[in-house]
Write a protein that binds this ligand. Sequence first.
Ligand SMILES: C[S@@+](CC[C@H](N)C(=O)[O-])C[C@H]1O[C@@H](n2cnc3c(N)ncnc32)[C@H](O)[C@@H]1O
Length: 236
Amino acid sequence: MKKTGKLYGIGVGPGDPELLTLKAVRVLREADVIAVPKSKEESDSIALSIVKGAVDLSKKETLELMFPMTKDKDVLRKAREEAAAAICGRLLAGKDVACITIGDPMFYSTFSYLIPLVKVRLPKAEIEIVPGISSVMASAAVTVTPLTEADERLAVIPATYESEKIRHILKTFDTVVLMKVNRVFEKILVLLNELRLKENAVFIERCGGDNQRVVNNLDSLKGEKLDYLSMVIVKK
Ligand SMILES: C[S@@+](CC[C@H](N)C(=O)[O-])C[C@H]1O[C@@H](n2cnc3c(N)ncnc32)[C@H](O)[C@@H]1O
């Protein structure tokens, strides 16, 4: 009987192949299958394009795992079950599978939902996580924004929260990172204006990628269709 393969969750960093870790590159080179979670919003996998900059994928299987961008629990459950089944099929065939994630796999990542589903199917399968540089750390670096100093407190939240909750968090924390800001940017702008925090905010898009953009004048973005890979850092 073939030995069950090993599943790796690999963080590939925010966009610059130079920000892949040495360990990520080694594991990706050695893996038989590269699993690529994809959403409809992300027609070309950013994670895959980062990897292609550092690893020759021509002799490996690339396994696309489709995840719809929806809150419909049944649709999500079905997509996750299908993805876990596809991964487990490869593991049972003795293949090592490296599932890639932008940034870090333990931070707002689809991969984390797959872990329990794989464990149920293959309780003895080995799972290893290779951490990556998160977009939060990369955006702080690019804008030279120390996220926290001394006893300051940091909050990282999806900007899709209700306005009331975001207002409270903006008032309470010293630094606030607003993820997934693209579709709700106007709402965030209203809140920042109300709290007089607009001058403290910076917008970062596709951090680490070729088309990275840093914008300090948030008003200039009004009415623009913003990229999914974008965030706002507010530092008081
Ligand atoms: C599903 S989360 C993935 C987070 C990722 N696992 C990480 O560690 O950075 C997607 C959100 O992360 C942020 N993001 C990811 N990559 C980014 C990048 N290169 N530039 C700016 N924001 C990014 C955006 O706020 C985006 O909506």
